[in-house]
Design a protein around this ligand. Structure first.
Ligand SMILES: [Zn+2]
Length: 216
């Protein structure tokens, strides 16, 4: 069943938020449970990344984590370079809210790991020893950041996070990819992913301190 989504800029109500920006609308179809990931070792890796997230950060910010096919409306064909998309604020009845892993990428452990590692080697994602976990935690962290932005108790955390982000950008710190410098939301997602995937540093610690301080 074809499901469409309207993309809006950044984090806002409604729309699709592709990991790689595209000016064109993205169509999502054939969404299924992550139990449908064909390679059992990849399936296990994804499930263990989700459990790991919960054990470190306390709870799951988004329960709908699925796999789906994506295509760009104006240029049909699989989107090989997109790891995942997030639908936010979509109608629950249409089942388009949640995190959707791109079926073209999430087929088998070796291949998925290679694709994510390539994004690390190209300096886009920060380098960590656990690529699959990194990608899953990154997506879950976006959902959490979205939650922060709509929560009253998190109001004080945002300026603190922005301040750390500015420091981070000025310092041009090693060990982080270019995505982390894009905006505070990507910085937060990469910090959480680094923290959970065995590559913590001064900045991941600062981020975690803010999360703990505000009981987020
Ligand atoms: Zn991201």
């Amino acid at each position: 069943m074809a499901k469409g989504g309207q993309r809006k800029k950044g984090f806002g109500a409604g729309g699709v938020r592709p990991e790689r920006s595209t000016k064109k609308d993205v169509i999502l179809y054939g969404s299924e449970s992550i139990d449908a990931i064909p390679d059992p070792s990849l399936r296990k890796e994804v499930q263990s990344a989700i459990s790991r997230y919960v054990s470190i950060f306390g709870s799951l910010p988004e329960r709908q984590i699925k796999i789906a096919d994506f295509t760009v409306a104006l240029a049909p064909g699989p989107m090989q370079n997109t790891l995942a998309l997030q639908f936010q604020g979509g109608k629950r009845s249409l089942n388009i809210r949640g995190i959707f892993l791109n079926k073209a990428v999430w087929r088998n452990n070796k291949e998925t790991t290679r694709i994510i590692k390539e994004l690390m080697d190209d300096g886009i994602l920060s380098k960590t020893p656990r690529p699959v976990r990194h990608a899953i935690v990154h997506e879950l962290a976006h959902a959490r950041w979205q939650e922060f932005n709509s929560s009253r108790k998190a109001r004080g955390a945002r300026p603190e996070m922005t301040k750390i982000f500015r420091q981070f950008k000025r310092e041009r710190r090693q060990g982080w990819g270019s995505l982390a410098r894009q905006d505070v939301g990507e910085f937060f997602a990469e910090a959480m992913a680094k923290h959970a995937s065995g590559a913590p540093d001064r900045y991941t610690k600062k981020v975690m301190r803010i999360v703990e301080k505000h009981n987020l």
